[in-house]
Write a protein that binds this ligand. Sequence first.
Ligand code: HSE
Length: 422
Amino acid sequence: MLKIGIIGVGTVGTSVCQILEDNKDIITARAGVELVPVAGVVNNLSKKRDVSIKITDNPDDILNDDSIDIVVELMGGVEGAYNVVKKALQKGKAVVTANKALLAYHRYELQDIAGDTPFEFEAAVAGGIPIISALREGLGANHIESIKGIINGTCNYMLDKMINEGVDYDTILKEAQDLGYAEADPSFDVGGFDAAHKLLIMASIAYGIDAKPEDILIEGIENVSPEDISFAKEFGYALKLLGIAKTRGDKVELRVHAVLIPTSEMLAKVDGVMNAVSVVGDKVGETLYYGPGAGGDATASAVIANIIDIARKGKGKGSPMLGFKTSLESGLHLADKGDIETKYYLRLHVEDKPGVLSKVTTILGNRNISIKNMVQNSVDETSANLLLSTHTCSEKDIKEALEIFETENLVLSKPAMIRIEE
Ligand code: HSE
């Protein structure tokens, strides 16, 4: 028998207990040993929990209990969780976490502390989708060329409803919160940070990159406008918040932002709260993983998969947490934010008079930005919106051009820009 202590008995912790009971037969057969949750830690002892384990409000009751083999960390947050996980590992307990924010900041330190002690985190990225084991084990033979993921269900749900049902931003955010998809602080979702945490974890496994959220480009969906949505529809694009990692030479671009993708792509068809991750390996080609990225049972399914794996391998037989036994000799480096290269869609509100278009194209041309498509829509008697898409160019150049449009008073309002991935 292996005994499990759960730190944070909320929706996911309760599901872990229930699934271990409901599916005991198959889980025991797969693990080779019975997996028994024995204790849980909560903040508020007076709140009623639907579990039959011993409940306490002191993590030390689990961390100092030598009979507990596996600690499941579901408390969330960064520093408190770091201290709990560190102590558990130092005591030789295997750890399973669903905490993406903890790993976005402390994954390399925790990997060092863990050593051969198992430390697993499948549930931290894309909930029930086994993307960590796909990247770390299933695709281990490949150089990973790109990862593109819909890895925040809240944003995908919101964009879907805004685009397909015309629901306004505030109404749909409230709905996502009521349905329990959003983080406790929903700015982590709509600001792109939750997706960035997950992207950084995947990038460590794919590329051995040790980056923090501050090091990468993170934009959310707060500034997506109804006009951007109608542009996407008119020109045959879907609008998604993607986490993107891709290699160019010895550089790896890591970025999270709203992006236009052709509706023919499989990711474009992923609607509602679902998650999906496309991974391209140099030998396998494109692989796609789809499923629920949040929710008690889906997340608990990934937590228990890790517990089964730990039970099968036995004490002190953890794989390297982030998948590398030695460091990568080819040495990939994180690309600077300004060196990111992609295609862009621009919306410029300009005066409708001779010479304006030529000034716009000169500013773009001087920065080696080539226009792919252009449409002009009248706004009123004297002004128009120029809707442009570009060929591939650098983030630095496009940002500079946008700044010049404003400083030279070529635009009547702040220009809008969305990146295009195709
Ligand atoms: N808030 C997250 C989401 C939950 O919306 O995807 C899962 O990490």
